[in-house]
Design a protein around this ligand. Structure first.
Ligand SMILES: Nc1ncnc2c1ncn2[C@@H]1O[C@H](COP(=O)(O)OP(=O)(O)OP(=O)(O)O)[C@@H](O)[C@H]1O
Ligand code: SF4
Ligand SMILES: [Mg+2]
Length: 337
């Protein structure tokens, strides 16, 4: 139902001391998200994850490519006529603390969008109240929460309210951008399980954005994982396969950087260098990862590798000139989560 083709987004800013600065936030991102499907994007800070989420929910625009929602190419529609399509795609933000108006109780917070929705569906007041109670139940909250204010709820409960509010407009897709990163660790699994449950029970598609391998694996089960580096997808495929048999050195670095798994990696023939800070503005004519890659050769700086199918699996693709399977995550640990 969502088809993104070659989406690009470039930001140009001018600072008093830094001069003109161009950031290629997204460099030709493609993916397709079917009904009830899950696609996760994983990558380090600044790689373009939130920019993608904002574009998909209409909070930002794209400057190249096509975004097809339910068969309609939004790039061909005037910006003012895109809203009905973006209503079907709702964003769950990272921060449940700032996402809710502290001066309104939960009944009012859910009531506003329900009233707007009722104008389209013709639902009366009684049905709106019934729907608010249904939504709370769906996200695992008691009806008593309706009378409470956001500050009276825990972080996990607030994020459930944020999810309930997104559901008021009957979306077909939820875009979850680091949705559990600001929540107490003990409550994270509950929110992740809720998102999985919504996918299974309501057939809602999930686009999950994270820098965390374990959550990507949990949410993306049976879906696709896209690894993004400096705005380019450098590896993608079925979630489990990419995690268990990564072939791109960046994916391998990302996986080997998971602290809990350190020391449990299978020793590879080569040592992977840790991720290090790099000035993203440096021009990189060839492979974007070359300045940090332990396996870079002169060839890697000549031209940028494009996504190429793995010889054993068409649906597993990588953008590396010297791909090599290196199992860096212990299977038992990953499976045990
Ligand atoms: N409005 C903007 N103006 C200028 N540059 C921007 C703007 N929004 C994003 N960027 C730049 O685009 C790049 C991608 O940003 P984005 O927020 O999408 O990254 P991210 O992967 O979500 O990072 P994080 O994990 O830290 O949230 C960054 O270099 C960022 O500085
Ligand atoms: S193309 Fe070369 S530099 Fe880029 S990831 Fe592969 S080996 Fe490393
Ligand atoms: Mg972000």
């Amino acid at each position: 139902m969502i088809e993104a083709r070659n989406i690009t987004r470039t930001f140009t800013s001018r600072g008093a001391f830094t001069g003109s600065r161009t950031v290629h936030a997204l460099r030709g991102v493609d993916f397709s998200l079917p009904k009830g499907g899950a696609v996760s994007f994983i990558g380090e800070s600044g790689c373009g994850k939130t920019t993608l989420g904002k574009i998909l929910t209409g909070l930002d625009t794209f400057d190249g490519g096509e975004l097809v929602v339910d068969g309609t190419d939004l790039s061909k529609l005037p910006v003012g006529r895109r809203a009905p399509y973006f209503r079907r795609i709702q964003m769950i933000h990272q921060d449940p603390y700032s996402a809710l108006n502290p001066t309104r109780d939960i009944g009012q917070i859910l009531g506003d969008p329900l009233r707007m929705r009722a104008r389209e569906t013709g639902a009366g007041r009684a049905r709106q109240s019934e729907r608010a109670a249904e939504l709370l139940e769906l996200v695992g909250l008691r009806p008593g929460v309706l009378a409470k204010y956001p500050h009276q709820l825990s972080g996990g409960q607030r994020q459930r309210v944020v999810i309930a509010r997104a559901l008021t407009v009957d979306p077909e897709v939820l875009v979850a951008d680091e949705s559990v990163s600001m929540i107490d660790v003990s409550m994270r699994l509950g929110i992740l399980a809720l998102l999985r449950d919504l996918r299974e029970r309501l057939g809602i598609s999930l686009l999950f954005i994270t820098h965390d391998v374990a959550t990507a694996r949990y949410i993306g089960e049976g879906g696709e994982l896209h690894v993004i580096y400096r705005g380019q997808v450098i590896e993608r495929g079925p979630t489990d396969r990419v995690i268990q048999e990564p072939v791109h050195p960046y994916t391998q670095c990302l996986l080997s950087a998971v602290p809990v798994l350190r020391g449990l990696e299978e020793p590879g023939p080569d040592r992977l260098v840790p991720l290090a800070a790099l000035d993203e503005r440096l021009p990189t004519p060839g492979c974007l990862f070359a300045p940090r890659c332990p396996f870079a050769t002169a060839e890697c700086s000549a031209g940028r590798p494009v996504l190429t199918a793995h010889p054993d699996a068409d649906d597993h693709q990588h953008a590396c000139l010297h791909p090599k399977s290196r199992r860096v995550v212990a299977v038992e640990i990953a499976a045990g989560r």
